[in-house]
Design a protein around this ligand. Sequence first.
Ligand code: ATP
Ligand code: MG
Length: 579
Amino acid sequence: MRMSQLFAPTLREVPAEAETISHQYLLRAGMIRKIAAGIYIYLPLAQRVLQKIERIVREEMDKQGGQELLLPALHPADLWLESGRWDVYGKELFRLKDRHERDYCLGPTHEEVITDLVRREVSSYRQLPLLLYQIQTKFRDEIRPRFGLIRGREFTMKDLYSFDKDEEGLEVSYRKMYHAYSEVFRRCALEFRVVEADSGAIGGSASHEFVVIAETGESEIAYCDNCAYAANVERAEAARDVTESAEPRRELELVSTPGVTTIAEVADFLAVDPKQMIKTLIYLAIDKEEYYPVVVLLRGDREVNEVKLQNHLGCLHLALADADTVREITGAPVGFAGPVGLKDVRLIADVEVPSIVNGVCGANRADYHWVNVNPGRDFVVTEVADIHKVVAGDKCKVCGHALKTTRGIEVGHIFKLGTKYSEAMGATFLDEKGNKKPFVMGCYGIGIPRTMAAAIEQNHDDKGIIWPMPIAPYQVVVVPVNSRVEEQMKVAERLYRDMLEAGIEVVLDDRDERAGVKFNDADLIGFPLRVTIGSRSLQEGKVEIKKRRTGETMPVDIEEAVATLQELIRAEMTKGVSL
Ligand code: ATP
Ligand code: MG
């Protein structure tokens, strides 16, 4: 490809709308354009990257026995009514009517359609297992489409669905996908972690997320350097710090704490460690038509993990109670709540609370706190649950080492569905004994454009993108320093032709532009390798190869340039990074 012809309208200015690095560079490098919130055009450079990622994905799915098909994007409402999701999916579902006023939706995911297909076409255990996948456009009316391609409203996803005859079969399919996903991101040369994810009401280790490590990511993960443990902070658990001190239990005492309400203020005022304090929060658990208050106790230095709390309660939503509700339940203004003497309300203590000795808590009375509070003696603890947020430094529950935390972008998600959809939709087969059984299912998704954006979030500098070789739109850019110098253009054209013949993906910057402009564009677009052709090195029969990532330059003989490039490309293609 010649740069003079490449349709990549680069921008010098940082577009005001771009919130993240990947969004900014995708726009600036002339790779995407927005037509409405969360809806993008992919220009040729982006399309090349997406196709490379898709190719890797297809190869890994096929290796595990996956078969590609293509399901429609337009779904009749009937199927969604059958699964029950027409009502619960909410506003994220794009709904529409046809000319006969019949309801349809644009598929945000395809469990309903694939389950319908399989229930009609598969009737015997002999036809199982079945791994079916597609790479197709999904539509989700996200509340907040943002970060460019990371949270769009129309995006391509690879989604695979597994159908097995029993749980053991599902386990095998799940492991295959776990392996395939690890291979996909390794082959894209992305640094990633596989983390246990929150799978809502289903629980267990039925779900893993594949997270590309990047400071700018929306997901926070806790991981152990010493063993393989890694989990989304939403569900991460640490070894429980429940060693009880042998300190004698002192007598409960009411102390005046005028105007002192926050944990930090109380700790300071009474000169106690926040770990000694019993943080008391009032939440409202909200279900379809009812809501009820719950009092939550935590060690003073802890934060509530609302996902864990919500899972424990099994409610639809959760909200901190307003000041009036707090007063109704505790009889005191916000800042003085405590468990001592509280009645007729559900009380949940975090796992670390029962071992607090001579603690401090609010006295349910304005301007007073209790000191020397001992759980079990001064208030009854009946419901204990792990509801605190894990932080760096907590001990790994597997090996005891200090956990670390980092941020990342979820690019893939694998999920054991079990019989949720097959039962709801009556999708059954006949087992060995002739009994009717529901299919045991799994679903597995990779966001293709999100993976491209995550690659940029992880691989860039202040000049632009640094593409990992396996997914770079082009591997090499050839830059004659001055296109008007005939000798330079002659060598450039010759190398360009030789590279094409050798199968190298190359762009020749043949534009009549200043060298600075060409170098800036090369850095912005992020070609992994640049070949610079300047008059001085030509005198010695050499050109210069520069690695985008390290900035390392090396002079090479013109005759050896193609072979050297091939070698550099080969080395980068197979490197692959994983943690
Ligand atoms: P999130 O928690 O980020 O909303 P999700 O749990 O809704 O993700 P899944 O339904 O598991 O995502 O989708 C599988 C994959 O599709 C995700 O891992 C991600 O790569 C991609 N994906 C999901 N939503 C979007 C979106 N709005 N824009 C781009 N990619 C997306
Ligand atoms: Mg989502």
